[in-house]
Design a protein around this ligand. Structure first.
Ligand code: BG6
Length: 485
């Protein structure tokens, strides 16, 4: 379906995200034929580059991420829509130049994408507003991290909110754009089979893992002040938790879905200082080996203090105080320098109430649903079946829905889907301000307690599944992380 004519201004246009995700996503849409020739992409960044220099840089940088999708003819068609502006975010004159390029097109969709450090968001919004560039059909996409705690996120939201209405603000969390996450919604609310079981009576525990092999990849300066809790858990993992735990919304319109997610975030049991000690794990990697090669310790990365206490791994036991979920632990963990790039949600159902074949035949197995985002995109439902043969020996088998095999259509990258949604003005997969603030409110006691404690992070060897305390978090409840079975 074609997109409406749009102008997209990409602040941070020479940055990593633009090159790895945003420009490739727009290229893919040009290739798919949805972007009209009149639509324009205005890249803006501090560097002084000519349009040709920018395009050379973009082509060289995007090519590896486009892989087989790259071809010279499409690139040419894409490049025709691209211009470049050297912009000083703090300087009014820069916006006058942008304004001239944008011209007077009140009916055209205008998307401002803030892919810069969040400290510029206020200034950019004010300058855009003062220069009269924010039309009724304008929207702004803001990247995370939006602040480093509740108060700073409020300040940024206030500053952006002075110039854009809430319905114009698209807070992006790219995990919500991932295909299996969408599919989890389809599974829960497009079928009758799961919903009756989706509650404390039948679910024993939920595990959400987002593990990466990568380290901090030259972003040491940024990461030192961020850490895994702010970088991943406050946003991506909590959003996944919301999708798993929310009540059925009344429809798929943005506020119906976001109201339900907000209720989950507000029902998360707050952490006391004692809970922070017993229900959270702060880890940091030491030197080790990941994949095929040795890697150094976090504290040896450029830009990292030798005595840094920043966490590169976090695990928490979250609880949701509602009738549906009371007493069901939600274990969340994320870390850098883990053995695999693995992102999955595991729903462990309870064991059968009475094993008529005996415990031995059963092997303690129960039903389990695994929704994978990485490395493959799939959904597996484990059932217990009888092994062929004489004895009544049971074994788990899985019904495997592999999205790549089941559906031949090209799968959209998360950013691609979300950019299109922003252009179309569809807010459902974007985070509302109150959700974001509720998420900050919940993680704040953890941040505060960690900051004031003298304790060092728990160390783990790069290439392992995190510190021993992470397994202990589950074994105390007689449980284990999925791969440690
Ligand atoms: C980003 C984090 O939001 O998500 C990065 O800032 C992280 O540190 C990335 O690497 C992971 O995203 P994905 O889609 O590769 O799992």
């Amino acid at each position: 379906k074609p997109l409406p004519d749009f102008d997209m201004v990409l602040f941070g246009g020479t940055g990593d995200l633009a090159m790895r995700k945003l420009l490739p996503a727009l290229y893919q849409q040009v290739k798919a034929g949805t972007v009209s020739p009149a639509s324009r992409i205005l890249a803006a960044a501090r560097r002084k580059l000519s349009r040709a220099e920018f395009l050379d840089l973009a082509e060289a940088s995007c090519k590896p991420f486009l892989g087989e999708a790259y071809d010279a003819a499409t690139w040419k068609a894409f490049a025709e829509r691209v211009s470049y502006f050297s912009v000083d975010a703090q300087d009014a004159a820069s916006y006058a130049v942008l304004g001239e390029a944008l011209g007077q097109h009140p009916d055209r969709v205008r998307v401002f994408y803030y892919s810069t450090a969040p400290e510029f968001f206020a200034a950019i919004s004010a300058h855009l507003g003062n220069a009269g560039l924010i039309t009724a059909r304008s929207r702004v996409v803001v990247e995370k991290p939006l602040g480093h705690d509740l108060e700073s996120s409020r300040e940024i939201n206030d500053a952006v909110g002075q110039h854009f209405a809430e319905r114009q603000i698209f807070r992006i969390d790219h995990y919500l754009g991932k295909e299996p996450v969408q599919n989890l919604l389809a599974l829960r609310f497009g079928n009758v089979l799961f919903e009756p079981l989706w509650r404390r009576e039948w679910v024993q525990d939920v595990q959400i893992t987002v593990a990466e092999q990568l380290g901090v990849e030259g972003r040491g300066d940024f990461y030192e002040h961020t850490g895994a809790l702010r970088d991943m858990l406050q946003n991506h993992l909590l959003q996944l938790l919301c999708i798993v735990a929310m009540e059925p919304p009344t429809g798929s319109d943005p506020d119906a879905v976001r109201d339900e997610k907000l209720k989950v975030l507000r029902s998360l049991k707050p952490f006391t200082p004692m809970d922070v000690a017993t229900k959270t794990v702060r880890g940091q990697y030491k030197a080790g080996a990941v994949g095929s090669g040795p890697v150094s310790a976090y504290v040896e990365e450029p830009g990292v203090a030798p005595d840094s206490r920043t966490e590169t791994f976090v695990a928490v036991k979250a609880e949701i105080d509602t009738w549906r979920w009371a007493g069901v632990p939600f274990f969340l963990r994320t870390g850098k320098r883990m053995p695999d790039k693995l992102a999955e949600i595991v729903i462990n159902f309870r064991p059968v109430p009475h094993p008529i074949f005996g415990e031995a035949a059963h092997g303690g197995r129960a039903n389990r649903l695994i929704i994978r985002m990485q490395p493959d995109e799939s959904m597996r439902l484990y059932l217990v079946a009888k092994q062929p043969g004489d004895a009544m020996t049971l074994q788990p088998v899985n019904l495997n829905l592999d999205f790549a095999e089941s559906f031949r259509a090209r799968r959209l990258e998360a950013y691609e889907r979300l950019l299109m949604d922003a252009i179309r003005g569809k807010l459902t997969l974007f985070v509302r301000r109150d959700e974001q603030e509720a998420a900050w409110r919940w993680v704040e006691p953890i941040l505060e307690n960690w900051a004031s404690s003298e304790e060092r992070p728990k160390y783990y060897t790069a290439g392992s599944w995190g510190p021993a305390a992470s397994s202990a978090l589950l074994s105390r409840d007689g449980l284990a992380w999925n791969e440690e079975d």
